[in-house]
Design a protein around this ligand. Structure first.
Ligand SMILES: O=C(O)CCC(=O)C(=O)O
Length: 308
């Protein structure tokens, strides 16, 4: 499969094709993978997190200063102020893709961020790098069952002028050692010449391994803004792949709102034991009902070992 292949028309067969490309190149670009009807509820609530392009560039949004001077200052971490955006992070298509790429059906989300970038706010142009230094306490592995996957999700169209990530196929980097982690353009023009742009329409998902070389690029569109999510998944038992612990934000209103609207599958991705697990007893069901009054406990209640 050619490096940087783009797969269109998402469908059931596409997950297998995506997995093949991901294994060959270390990344796969899925243009418009999330359809508009599933993206729109979250996009409508983006103003709960970030200034609009006009609000930033006209200086009318009092939140704008936060984004100036530091490319990473535009990152909000899960759970988001928008419950729709939190739900999108574990959208059924996203979970199916993570399962297909990782080759396991018990997956955990170990990181979720929303990121706003604005033309002129700062320098978004990065050196080619791998992300693994803050995604695992070890180094990436290609052994089945020991892989992790990151995803960039575009919440609107991201053409070249809105700074899409650029990625490099493993076919060009397989011989590079685990360190150093960053390669600048002057020292490695061969690598930069081979990079592939991730530019794509709204709903595009770019799945890549934490060991895949990639980089952020500059926003050049006049009065531009780019809104995206970065999601990270691992097999549930892969303890060395980490970024955040979800219980740390368990007291927030945003977490409670998300749990109250999430499905059993979505919550399992955050670490809820699956229906039928010995954890689910009358005692824990009663406690979880008190903690999350909006959560429908039917999937776990029906599976309680005590009731069988
Ligand atoms: O947001 C992007 O386009 C890429 C950012 C990136 O690669 C990074 O910060 O590690």
């Amino acid at each position: 499969m050619p490096a940087g292949l783009r797969l269109g028309d998402p469908g059931p067969m596409e997950l297998a094709d995506a997995a093949r490309a991901w294994h060959t190149d270390g990344f796969v670009i899925l243009p418009g993978f999330l359809p508009a009807r599933e993206l729109t509820p979250a996009v409508r609530e983006l103003d709960l997190l970030f200034p609009s392009a006009d609000g930033f560039h006209d200086g009318t949004d009092p939140r704008r200063e936060r984004f100036v001077g530091d490319e990473f200052a535009g990152i909000d971490t899960f759970p988001f102020a928008s419950t729709e955006l939190s739900l999108l992070a574990v959208n059924h298509r996203v979970l199916a893709l993570a399962e297909a790429l990782l080759g396991v059906d018990d997956i955990h989300i170990y990181g979720a961020e929303a990121w706003a970038k604005y033309t002129g706010a700062c320098n978004y142009d990065q050196d080619l790098h791998r992300d693994y230094l803050n995604h695992t306490i070890l180094v990436p592995s290609t052994t089945p069952g020991c892989r992790q996957v990151e995803m960039f999700v575009f919440l609107h169209d991201v053409p070249e002028a809105l700074g899409p990530p650029h990625l490099l196929s493993r076919q060009h980097t397989a011989s590079l050692p685990a360190m150093p982690n960053w390669y600048d353009n002057s020292g490695s023009p061969r690598l930069y010449a081979a990079e592939v742009s991730g530019a794509g329409p709204a709903g595009t998902v770019i799945a890549f391994e934490p060991g895949t070389f990639h980089r952020g690029t500059q926003l050049t569109a006049p009065r531009g803004a780019r809104y995206s999510m970065q999601l990270c998944f691992r097999p549930a038992n892969l303890q060395w792949g980490q970024r955040v612990g979800w219980a740390a934000s368990g007291f927030t209103t945003e977490w409670g709102e998300f749990v109250g609207r999430a499905t059993a599958r979505q919550l399992q991705a955050f670490g809820f034991p699956p229906p039928g697990h010995p954890y689910w007893t009358p005692e824990t069901l009663a406690g979880v009902a008190l903690r999350y009054p909006k959560l429908d406990l039917t999937p776990w209640r029906g599976s309680s070992p005590v009731r069988r």
